[in-house]
Design a protein around this ligand. Structure first.
Ligand SMILES: *Cc1c(COP(=O)(O)O)cnc(C)c1O
Length: 403
């Protein structure tokens, strides 16, 4: 870290250090440059900021609370554990912060149709929701396997007026859904904006999504200072593509006293095809527009991934995370399916809050470290989403263990 701290802005080609960029076919270059230019114009525009802020407040329900989890604090033996309650956002997860920002941008760009990919379904629901509110046509691409795992969210999207298209290529999960959405975008770019759901993909998405999610960290910073008079000791968040984590971390990146821990999906073990922990088993490569850590074999073939949580089940991680890892600014860990499912139950019993299975990975990490936390430690877990969508998945997982 230099004296001036870490530079978190990508260069004009979208690179965070050696990571990021725009690795897309020629046909996507013009739309991406158009988007980057439009975003660059509005990001400092006062009217846009006010419009976004009003919707975040009155529609999403921000600011979300920073909740002192007293029982969990006692159980794990730290000074104080706070939960940043993104699960209380309208639609039940942080995803809507980004969908709303991008939908407003799309409207400014004169686009009347939005498309999105979705894994767990949370991003699809968030996008379908804001599209309904703004009266935009909405198409969601979803892997057929994920549609089965997350049937409730498919029903929600359709009820909100979105068309949900099943993607049956390859592993039939998030990666294939992103490819289909990109194909649609190339064809319909004149009328259509592609609302990418995580801090992933080609420039300008990783930076734009991070900016829209940074409202989480900005609020947390204000709230924790008011509650404790100081900055927290550590921030903990689960990392799929990396948007809820970077949203929490970003406003603290240049506060060296604040530890940051990103928790990936360890699946049922760090063996080929059985997990989605990119920093445990991945190498630098290129996937879907960006250069970053990717789970791949010796020949650069993308590996199969596995996680009990659909939202963490992806072979690449957002490029800014790769830089933060190289710099040693953020620590990355992973927990297993079993530990995540246990944490899902435990948080329910300790605090009366069922976390999303994705979020349960962050909770599990903190529980695993119980006994190592000190009395002076003030921890913040980003409670990225609620667990209602996952109750069937948890029941099926437990059933599978018995057999
Ligand atoms: C989608 C999702 C995630 C993972 O995505 P990130 O971009 O890494 O935040 C985590 N938690 C919940 C609740 C989600 O819906």
């Amino acid at each position: 870290m230099s004296k001036r701290g870490i530079n978190t802005e990508p260069d004009r080609h979208g690179y965070f250090g050696p990571y990021g960029g725009m690795y897309v076919p020629e046909t996507l270059m013009a739309p991406l440059h158009e988007l980057a230019a439009a975003y660059q114009r509005i990001r400092k525009d006062g009217a846009f900021k006010r419009e976004l802020h009003a919707h975040l407040r009155d529609y999403v329900g921000r600011p979300t609370p920073l909740y002192l989890a007293e029982r969990m604090t006692r159980e794990i033996g730290c000074g104080a554990l706070y939960l940043k309650r993104e699960d209380l956002c309208h639609t039940g997860a942080h995803k809507i912060n980004n969908s709303l920002g991008q939908a407003l941008l799309a409207r400014r760009m004169g686009k009347k149709r939005v498309i999105a990919e979705t894994g767990a379904g949370q991003h699809g629901v968030a996008t379908a929701t804001v599209a309904a509110m703004f009266g935009m046509e909405c198409v969601i691409y979803m892997g057929a396997v994920d549609m089965e795992r997350q049937a409730l969210n498919v029903f929600r999207m359709r009820s909100l007026g979105a068309e949900v298209i099943a993607v049956t290529a390859g592993q039939q999960t998030l990666k294939e859904a992103i490819s289909e959405a990109m194909r649609d975008w190339v064809t319909n770019v004149r009328t259509t904006h592609y609302i990418l759901g995580s801090a992933l993909g080609a420039h300008p998405y990783p930076r734009m999504v991070r900016d829209f999610q940074s409202v989480i960290g900005r609020e947390t910073r204000r709230q924790i200072k008011r509650l404790t008079g100081a900055l927290p000791t550590a921030l903990i968040a689960c990392v799929g593509g990396g948007s809820n984590s970077i949203g929490l971390f970003h406003p603290f990146i240049n506060d060296p006293s604040v530890r940051m821990i990103g928790v990936e999906a360890g699946g049922d073990g760090i063996r080929k095809g059985r997990h989605a922990a990119r920093f445990a088993g991945g190498k630098v490569g290129i996937l879907q527009g960006t250069k970053t850590f990717v789970l791949q074999d010796r020949h650069g073939q993308i590996q199969l991934t596995h996680s009990v949580s659909a939202g963490l089940d992806y072979a690449a991680i957002g490029p800014e995370h790769s830089l933060l890892r190289d710099l040693g600014r953020v620590e990355y860990a992973h927990v297993s399916d079993r530990e995540a499912v246990d944490a899902f139950d435990t948080l329910g019993r300790w605090e009366g809050i069922l976390p999303a299975l994705e979020t349960a990975h962050a909770v599990a990490y903190v529980i695993k470290q119980a006994g190592r936390w000190k009395k002076r430690d003030v921890l913040v877990i980003n409670l990225s989403g609620r667990g209602d969508k996952d109750v069937q998945q948890v029941a099926a997982w437990k059933e599978g263990q018995r057999r």
